[in-house]
Design a binder for this molecule. Structure first.
Ligand SMILES: Cc1cc2nc3c(=O)[nH]c(=O)nc-3n(C[C@H](O)[C@H](O)[C@H](O)COP(=O)(O)OP(=O)(O)OC[C@H]3O[C@@H](n4cnc5c(N)ncnc54)[C@H](O)[C@@H]3O)c2cc1C
Length: 368
């Protein structure tokens, strides 16, 4: 069996890597669209603070966080060590006392059955600022040691390289689908047929364009995110925890004095690649409100990414009913770095006809 995986973002790269690990022949085709969500993603992996309440979806989301230890271990074993991954911990705070209390109760409930979250502690405002020195004064915070950050660009590229090392073929190309003789065929940018028995569409915000020629209405749309990278020159930020102020904004740091402040969530944005005044203002204002110590930081760049946003926050993955040999993996929305690698593993199992660790029927794509 040969599987064609269209799209090498977090979802497709993971499906391809997991299939290749299982000895399946894989062809990965990625168009490298600017605005690929995985290239802009912040990189926070901390399932225990999320507001997800649906029990079975939360179980899967948390499993996605847990899966990271296995994933990173496997990639390290394959010689892939530059992933920007570090368990720096997460600081959860809030400027509203009621919200802070609510967050504390939610986290306590979750970590009670999640030893991998580590020993969660309530920090005084001074202790919190010792961990995240630019933080606003007077804010207590919960510290979750198991929280992590990862560079999704490095991680997805590493999964593709690891798949190729196991025999997968990788092409930078544009894939198009059509029905031919009752089966779905994939053609490359030159119009040549790409040989394969199964096709996995992991095209993120572009997937509806890929599926449309098949008459499949796929309900995932682009949700634009503008995310700003700052540099605090001369400051060693590498071990600062991820900062989650319980709003749609957040902060995380990387090794090169880099502080990443995210992000806008622009519904119905279409593929609008512009860095806008409103987007910059929103993200910078939210960042400096929670971390006033950033006022003198240098703006290095703003990244634009289109989150693949479905009708709900749950992903959509599985076989497309009534279409032999066609599967979809999409709808990762704002959580695809956390859940994408695990969802990719589940989809790889589905494609191989193997049982999945968790029930997946609630995520199955529809035909219409
Ligand atoms: C600003 C921002 C911050 C985020 N922060 C976080 C975070 O901190 N934590 C978290 O968990 N998640 C985060 N996310 C969400 C996460 O980045 C996404 O959910 C995830 O990356 C989506 O991965 P994907 O593989 O589905 O899509 P994508 O990464 O968009 O990949 C889809 C790929 O398909 C390719 N493609 C499309 N059409 C074709 C075609 N016809 N032929 C060939 N290739 C094609 C595209 O070129 C692209 O490479 C963030 C997202 C954004 C935008």
């Amino acid at each position: 069996m040969r599987v064609i995986v269209i799209g090498a973002g977090m979802f497709g790269a993971s499906v391809a890597y997991q299939l290749a690990r299982n000895g399946v022949a894989v062809t990965i085709i990625d168009h490298a669209h600017p605005g690929k969500a995985t290239m802009a993603g912040a990189g926070i992996v901390c399932p225990w603070a999320t507001r997800i309440e649906d029990p079975s979806w939360y179980e899967m989301y948390a499993a996605g966080g847990r899966f990271y230890d296995e994933l990173i271990g496997g990639l390290n074993g394959a010689g892939e060590t530059e992933l920007g991954y570090r368990k720096v911990g997460a600081l959860v705070t809030a400027t509203d006392p009621d919200q802070f209390k609510e967050a504390g109760e939610r986290i306590a409930r979750r970590v009670a059955t999640a030893p991998e979250a580590g020993d969660v502690r309530l920090l005084s405002a001074e202790q919190a600022r010792a961990k995240f020195p630019v933080l606003r004064e007077g804010l207590e915070a919960y510290f979750i040691p198991g929280g992590a950050r990862v560079d999704a660009r490095l991680l997805s590229a590493a999964m593709v390289r690891a798949a190729v090392a196991l025999g997968a073929e990788f092409r930078t190309d544009y894939a198009a689908l059509e029905f031919e003789g009752g089966r779905v065929r994939c053609r490359d940018g030159a119009g040549q047929i790409v040989p394969g028995d199964e096709i996995v569409v992991a095209g993120g915000a572009w997937a509806s364009q890929i599926l449309e020629p098949l008459g499949i209405a796929h309900p995932v749309k682009p949700q634009k995110g503008q995310i700003i990278h700052l540099r605090l020159a001369g400051v060693a930020t590498a071990n600062w925890p991820v900062l989650l102020p319980m709003t749609s904004h957040y902060m995380l740091t990387f090794d090169d004095s880099r502080v990443v402040v995210g992000a806008t969530r622009e519904d119905d944005s279409g593929f609008d690649y512009r860095v806008t005044a409103a987007g910059q203002a929103e993200v910078l204002a939210a960042g400096m409100d929670i971390a006033p110590g950033l006022v003198n930081a240098e703006i290095i760049e703003t990244r634009i990414g289109f989150r693949p946003a479905g009708p709900s926050v749950k992903p959509i993955f599985g076989r497309v009913p009534g279409v032999e040999g066609l599967s979809v993996g999409n709808g990762l929305g704002a959580g695809g770095i956390s859940i994408g690698p695990y969802a990719g593993k589940l989809l790889a199992d589905i494609v191989q006809g193997k049982p999945t660790e968790l029930p997946v029927s609630a995520y199955a794509p529809q035909r219409a």
